[in-house]
Write a protein that binds this ligand. Structure first.
Ligand SMILES: *Cc1c(COP(=O)(O)O)cnc(C)c1O
Length: 391
């Protein structure tokens, strides 16, 4: 039996057709009509005027920071509970990430801690951060209803790291619509993929133009190669954009499938004390990128790590939640405002196989292995009723 992955690429018919059509039309250069169309489609989906397709989500974060003027010596507030790319992009600019802990409601950046950090800086007369990068984790938007006004009060620009959140929404507003710029990832394990790629979306025409320029080696308009600044080779190719467009066609089906997968896990753990799912806040539409649990080992009678090892023995991939950036050896020196929330999530959490490409028969071994694990660990058996002796 083949390995069950956390989130394998889910490739269907349209991608194949669109890539072949791009090849047949000879648009194998880095630019082309699929690239333009992919940008327009993702911009529309995220309620933005402009999209710039790039080689990765990380590249998009890097250019967003540069265009907001982040430079060496600056500080940027970043969610500590995230994938390393959010913080790495800050260091590419020579700036220092300042990590902010999560709220337990959504696991995303805590608006309280963010407000405290900014208020403390103002009180102490310390410089304001050059930007804030707020992450939408596991397919759920952060609390922008509170975060946006806080940042506005201190005039700190916002980058929304929506790498994991395509198709999600906060109220009526889609993921990717918050801040000066937002970023999506089309890496292979994300909800939709271009087999590697990313996009910056914005309403700012100047920024879109600048990012496109920087991403193409900052080549000036001239018959020869003319450069007045140093750029990057960060553009997505037309072929990969065709692939991404094909994936986008089935976005809502993929989200629906991931929602079903979550509900199957909810059933399996229904009688287990001490197991909770990644929370979904009222009013937020999530894309169910990954279904995650936290395990209170004392109440459950097993730990997340024991369950992970059990699944791994059957070639089923599961993974701890993001290890917070403030715990990463590479960032131990970075300042951080913490309250223990992400530490606890990392210590007790597990992401379960959630790929939309799995049908029920492919998912079945994962569900069965969890069920048998729960039986052996005694977790799923109903609590024995207490029988009192009357003699
Ligand atoms: C995947 C991811 C990225 C990076 O995207 P790439 O396309 O892999 O470079 C950035 N931030 C978060 C939160 C991610 O999950």
């Amino acid at each position: 039996m083949s390995r069950i992955y956390l989130s394998a690429p889910d490739v269907r018919g349209p991608e194949r057709e669109m890539v072949l059509a791009a090849i047949d039309s000879n648009w194998c250069a880095p630019i082309g009509p699929d690239l333009d169309a992919f940008e327009a489609e993702v911009a529309e989906l995220s309620g933005r005027r402009f999209g710039v397709a790039l080689a990765s989500g990380t590249a998009a974060l890097h250019l967003a920071l540069l265009e907001l003027g982040v430079k060496a010596g600056d500080e940027v507030l970043v969610s500590t509970f995230t994938f390393v790319a959010s913080a790495a992009a800050v260091t590419y600019c020579g700036a220092t990430p300042v990590f902010i802990d999560s709220e337990s409601e959504s696991w995303n950046m805590s608006p309280e801690l963010l407000a405290e950090e900014l208020a403390d800086r103002r009180r102490a007369g310390r410089p304001m951060p050059a930007a804030a990068m707020v992450v939408d984790l596991y397919g759920q938007c952060a609390d922008y209803d509170r975060i946006v006004p806080i940042l506005a009060e201190y005039e700190v620009p916002l980058i929304e790291d929506a790498a994991e959140a395509i198709g999600a929404a906060l109220g009526e507003r889609p993921a990717g619509s918050f801040g000066e710029a937002a970023v999506f990832s089309f890496n292979g394990n994300k909800l939709i993929t271009s087999s590697g790629g990313g996009m910056l979306v914005t309403d700012d025409e100047h920024m879109a133009h600048r990012v496109r320029h920087l991403a193409t080696q900052a080549r000036e308009r001239a018959p020869h190669y003319e450069h007045v600044e140093v750029g990057f080779n960060y553009r997505l190719s037309n072929l990969l954009a065709a692939f991404g467009r094909g994936q986008l066609v089935g976005l809502s089906d993929r989200i629906a499938r991931r929602a079903e997968i979550r509900s199957l896990y909810v059933d399996v753990f229904a009688d287990v004390d001490g197991v909770e799912f990644n929370p979904i806040v009222d009013g937020r539409t999530v894309n169910h990128w990954l279904t995650c649990i936290t395990v209170d080992a004392e109440r459950a009678g097993f730990s997340a790590e024991e369950l992970r090892l059990h699944l791994e023995a059957s070639d089923i991939e599961s993974r701890p939640l993001w290890k917070p950036m403030h715990l990463q050896p590479v960032f131990v020196e970075a300042p951080a405002r913490l309250d223990g929330t992400s530490d606890a999530l990392f210590a007790t959490g597990l992401c379960l196989p959630s790929g939309s490409g799995m049908d029920d028969t492919e998912l079945r071994p994962a569900l069965d292995q969890i069920t048998s694990f729960l039986e052996v660990s005694g977790a799923s058996s109903p609590a024995p009723s207490i029988v009192r002796s009357t003699s």
